[in-house]
Design a binder for this molecule. Structure first.
Ligand code: NAI
Ligand code: 15L
Length: 269
């Protein structure tokens, strides 16, 4: 499977923007969905654009038509109110999975987060790092919403045989921005490699994997992602010298400063 038509929700966001060019292939159509309007310059015969909400069942029904796989990035990507996180991340992911099921989409990749296990202590599992299927220890309502969608993905696999891969993404940005991200960074190129592995894997079933680069200071296990075919080519360490000198020390918890975020208060960043 390589995914002839791939629907990307949240395609206008940070990761979606980094992925759009990287996931283009001559034999693939990318269908991009976001609440925010995407630039029409992005449109050609290999790109289809849908402006709409993933929380809307009709929008998702037409978005899933003739789709082979979904990369579900859309939603709230930081702390917010309980109500909004339930509506957009949890109910919204249910809407995505339900539309996928009804349209016969057999594979869905869900963007989970390190914050699903943000209260896990760095080093608690020894030198191989925190396992990808370590039970949730969310650090925020946001982290809870990510743990919830992993469980929902498991249900859709068990009930309907869908391949559902939940990626506990570390920090996916152009470059690591602080000491913590020297451990949690997922380079954009590695993110594309990881997503390609998720699309190409033979009958993966239900999986939870970490989405990070092969960082010198890694604190999580890459074994599960490698079993799926992922090979990282990047290491955040090459940016270590450019991390601001006053930046914080490596955190005790994998979620970093999220453990201090006031619960339910929208994060302005
Ligand atoms: P982002 O906040 O930059 O992008 C999210 C996108 O989803 C936005 O373009 C937004 O308009 C769209 N969106 C929000 N509500 C929507 C709705 N109802 N319908 C359609 N689109 C909607 O987030 P980013 O950084 O691109 O992250 C993508 C995904 O990966 C998110 O689910 C996030 O929680 C997850 N993630 C990201 C990490 C990172 O390092 N960037 C780390 C861990 C997880
Ligand atoms: C996330 O889940 C967020 O979406 C992203 O903005 C970063 O804060 C990332 O985790 C991180 O932990 O670095």
């Amino acid at each position: 499977m390589g995914g002839h038509r791939v629907l990307i929700t949240g395609a206008g966001g940070g990761i979606g923007t980094l992925m759009r060019a990287r996931l283009r292939r001559p034999d693939r159509v990318l269908r991009l969905l976001d609440l925010a309007e995407l630039p029409s310059a992005a449109t050609d015969e290999q790109v289809e654009i849908i402006t709409g909400s993933l929380t809307d069942a009709d929008t998702m029904a037409s978005a899933c038509r003739e789709v082979d796989a979904i990369i579900h990035l859309g939603g709230i990507s930081r702390e917010d109110s309980w109500e909004r996180l339930l509506a957009v991340n949890v109910d919204g992911t249910h809407t995505v999975l339900e539309a996928a099921r009804q349209a016969g989409v057999s594979r869905v990749v869900l963007a989970s987060s390190n914050h699903a296990v943000g209260y896990r202590i760095v080093g608690e599992s020894g030198p191989n790092g925190i396992a990808a299927e370590a039970a949730p220890r969310p650090d925020t309502y946001y982290g809870f919403s990510k743990a919830a969608i992993e469980v929902l993905g498991s249900l859709y696999h068990s009930r309907f045989g869908m391949d559902v891969i939940c990626v506990r993404i570390g920090s996916c940005f152009e470059r690591p921005r602080d000491v913590r991200e020297l451990s949690t960074w997922l380079s954009p190129d590695d993110a594309a490699r990881l997503l390609e592995a998720c699309l190409a894997a033979e009958s993966p079933g239900f999986r939870v994997i970490w989405g990070v680069s092969k960082n010198t200071r890694a604190v999580v296990s890459l074994r599960e992602a490698e079993e799926l075919g992922y090979r990282s080519n990047d290491d955040a360490e090459r940016f270590a010298a450019s991390i601001p000198a006053g930046s914080t020390a490596a955190p005790t918890y994998i979620g970093g400063s999220f453990i201090e975020t006031p619960l339910g208060e929208p994060d302005p960043h």
